[in-house]
Design a protein around this ligand. Structure first.
Ligand code: SF4
Length: 238
């Protein structure tokens, strides 16, 4: 057996598991499998323990797969999140395996690997794609993610996702120090122009101990204008 086939059979490198959630795949009760590894370093990342690909991994995929098989009838879907799941060559096979058990196959991605995302889309039933800044703002993408070229990758990933016809949601983490109201409106306007219909704004959690954001963010008028751009608009507290 060649190494790539062996790796695919071993399954994705898993950093953790959420056994039950109602918020990670819209309208479905799901389990979330966190794939270990992400090359970006977003300033507000709450999954820093998943960034290093070589970090000690969680349960092995065969164990998780067996556990999922026992959850038939209790869950609707399995979502692969991260980290960045598309960096793992075993992802397409794992998506197929959860479908074969009868679950919908969901995927969270930050869109950093457009070609890999395009290849994996036929294996997914729903995708949540992160967009971290206005699509045309390479400098702000770099400030948030810590890498250059991020905006270009996300634009290509968005095109692949829209072309695929796979059900999806675009999502943005809103942080007042990184995305002011004008930037949020530019971001949302750019997505609407691309034909995005479902969008979620996720308010970043305030720094530990600081309580809620001290100011009015985003402004109600900004939220109302954003809402008007999409058929489906969701606001999530951090
Ligand atoms: S892309 Fe996601 S997992 Fe990676 S650093 Fe950014 S927030 Fe964290």
């Amino acid at each position: 057996m060649n190494p790539a086939t062996a790796a695919a059979q071993a399954g994705p490198r898993i950093g953790g598991l959420t056994p039950f959630t109602s918020i990670d795949y819209p309208g479905r009760l799901s389990a979330v499998v966190y794939v270990q590894g992400c090359p970006w370093r977003c300033v507000y990342c709450h999954n820093q323990h998943l960034q290093a690909r070589a970090a000690p991994a969680g349960p092995a995929w065969p164990q998780v797969r067996a556990w999922l098989a026992r959850r038939r009838g209790l869950l609707d879907a399995v979502v692969f999140s991260g980290g960045e799941p598309t960096l793992d060559a075993a992802l397409p096979r794992a998506l197929d395996e959860v479908r074969a058990v009868g679950f919908a196959a969901g995927l969270h991605s930050a869109g950093m690997y457009p070609r890999r995302l395009r290849a994996v889309l036929p294996h997914a039933d729903w995708v949540g794609l992160d967009v971290k800044a206005p699509l045309d703002d390479e400098a702000l993408h770099e400030r948030i993610t810590g890498v250059s070229g991020a905006a270009s990758s996300v634009r290509q990933s968005l095109c692949a996702l829209i072309d695929s016809g796979v059900s999806h949601e675009l999502r943005t983490t809103a942080h007042p120090d990184l995305l002011d109201d004008a930037a949020l409106l530019r971001l949302a306007g750019g997505l609407a122009q691309q034909g995005v219909r479902n969008y979620a704004l996720q308010l970043a959690r305030p720094v530990e101990g600081s309580g809620r954001w001290a100011h009015d963010y985003p402004k109600p008028a900004t939220l109302a204008r954003m809402q008007g751009l999409f058929a489906g608009f969701t606001l999530r507290a951090g």
